[in-house]
Ligand binder design. Structure first.
Ligand code: FES
Length: 162
């Protein structure tokens, strides 16, 4: 049986095949994970923060090409930016910049942005006060990451019952 390749743009494929800022970081100020090891779609961001700016960022992903490509692009996009600017990066912007994601892969970009926002929240949880531009409720991207985690938990519980 042949499978039709997903319509990824050349740009996304380039970021997937030659990921930027990939790998763990020694001495990171914040390490934030999103996704679930149970389903394998797992992403971690490592950040060094200086004067409210992202001085260094890297990621590790066990997700698909879309997740690796969007996360890789996201690291370049927010490097050197203030945390507020980095917070504003949306999955839609990532998708548009990368020439669009196939519909079934929207959640992969959402997971990348959700993980970065979690890292920013974690930073302010450790170094209050939390600025007023950080909403008290989770954003759509963060909810997307949470939904993946909840879904994976449900699958795991179900598997253990069978
Ligand atoms: Fe799960 Fe892309 S990260 S399918």
């Amino acid at each position: 049986m042949s499978r039709t390749p997903l319509p990824y743009s050349q740009k996304l494929l380039d970021y997937f095949r030659h990921p930027k800022n990939q790998g763990p970081m020694e001495g990171a100020d914040v390490v934030a994970k999103a996704g679930s090891p149970a389903c394998g779609d797992m992403i971690t961001f490592y950040l060094k923060i200086a004067d409210g700016k992202i001085a260094a960022i890297s990621f590790e992903s066990y997700g698909c090409a879309a997740n690796i490509g969007t996360a890789s692009y996201l690291t370049e996009m927010v490097m050197g930016k203030t945390l507020r600017e980095a917070w504003q990066a949306s999955w839609k912007q990532l998708s548009d910049d990368l020439g669009g994601l196939p519909k079934v892969k929207f959640h992969c970009g959402i997971l990348a942005v959700g993980a970065l926002r979690r890292a920013i929240r974690d930073h302010y949880a450790a170094h209050p006060p939390v600025p007023d531009w950080v909403p008290s409720e989770p954003t759509e991207e963060e909810k997307g990451a949470l939904e993946e985690e909840e879904m994976a938990e449900k699958i795991e519980v179900k598997l253990h019952k069978e």
